[in-house]
Write a protein that binds this ligand. Structure first.
Ligand SMILES: Nc1ncnc2c1ncn2[C@@H]1O[C@H](COP(=O)(O)OP(=O)(O)OP(=O)(O)O)[C@@H](O)[C@H]1O
Ligand SMILES: [Mg+2]
Length: 285
């Protein structure tokens, strides 16, 4: 069964004002437990607006959001359950650390869930370890941490609620390649431990291609396509037409095909590209 489902979801900012903006239009999608979904789209295409519906931070202008089959906006109890089932990590979450110690910050969510103190303590230690923060940092002020450490502490705080769906808005933005890699490793570990659904919004087609089981491409508030990476990247020409850069290796293969080489359309990782080229060479010699 899907963990998150939207039915004809629409969201309008500034209704009845001159600034009215239909940011999400008729989005009907299902996200399954255990899968990693990458969301990509031009700036302003509605990615952040859409994901804020998944745990009820925004209420649909029309349409419904179901979590575990339950309409999360049906009543207060449903909404509260959704807040614990779906964990949302905002863009630049490090700006939202506010407790006096890192440990208290990570404990904030689990505490709100009403867990006992032994369990809270266990989770704080476990998720600090998972994101690579030494136990000695737990008693420090968040302000003593580096930027990367702060980001990881904020992510640990959401993970400590053990959400069945973990949603992250541009989790690696502003980090160097090593920092980015680290964030994606952490997300992968969380998924492996919890069999949760993971939803990652990113501007980087390379990152999305690498981590996603399925990719949701948004275009001006609407779903452009929602499919497996090979299917999505076989439409590279159309993706470029809506202003998305496809992975570099996909672009190279597109050009080679235009030059007359007989190559598949769905090459989107360097690893697969190498395999294809090796096979081609073996065929020839
Ligand atoms: N608080 C707001 N008030 C009014 N309009 C908004 C608000 N937030 C977003 N919008 C508008 O809604 C549309 C969708 O914005 P959204 O932030 O969801 O896009 P996005 O795909 O996340 O973009 P980005 O890649 O830049 O993060 C845009 O046209 C944006 O200007
Ligand atoms: Mg956004």
């Amino acid at each position: 069964m899907s963990i998150i489902k939207t039915e004809q979801l629409c969201y309008v900012y500034g209704e009845n004002t001159p600034f009215r903006k239909e940011a999400v239009k008729n989005v009907s999608i299902e996200i399954n437990s255990g899968e990693t979904v990458g969301i990509i789209g031009h700036t302003g295409s509605g990615k952040s607006t859409l994901i804020q519906h998944f745990n009820g931070l925004l209420k649909p202008s029309s349409g419904r959001v179901l979590v575990g089959g339950e309409d999360i906006n049906a009543d207060k109890k449903s909404l509260k359950r959704a807040r614990f089932t779906v964990g949302l990590v905002f863009q630049y979450p490090e700006y939202q650390l506010f407790e006096e110690t890192v440990g208290k910050d990570i404990a904030f969510g689990p505490k709100n869930m009403g867990l006992d103190s032994a369990e809270i303590d266990r989770r704080v230690r476990h998720y600090a370890e998972l994101v690579g923060l030494d136990a000695e940092l737990l008693s420090r002020s968040p302000f003593e941490l580096s930027g990367g450490q702060k980001r990881r502490a904020a992510i640990a705080g959401v993970m400590a609620m053990q959400p069945k769906a973990l949603i992250l808005d541009e989790p690696a933005s502003g980090l160097d390649p090593q920092g980015r890699e680290r964030i994606f490793e952490i997300i992968k570990r969380y998924r492996e431990e919890n069999d949760s659904a993971i939803v990652v919004v990113s501007h980087s087609m390379e990152d999305i291609a690498r981590i996603s089981d399925r990719i949701l491409v948004m275009d001006r508030g609407e779903v452009f396509c929602f499919d497996t990476p090979p299917k999505v990247f076989s439409r590279s020409r159309e993706l470029e037409a809506i202003g998305l850069s496809v992975p570099q290796v996909t672009r190279i293969f597109m050009r080679l095909r235009e030059m007359g080489f007989d190559l598949p359309e769905d090459v989107y990782t360097v690893k697969y590209a190498a395999e294809v080229l090796k096979d081609k060479c073996n065929d020839r010699f």
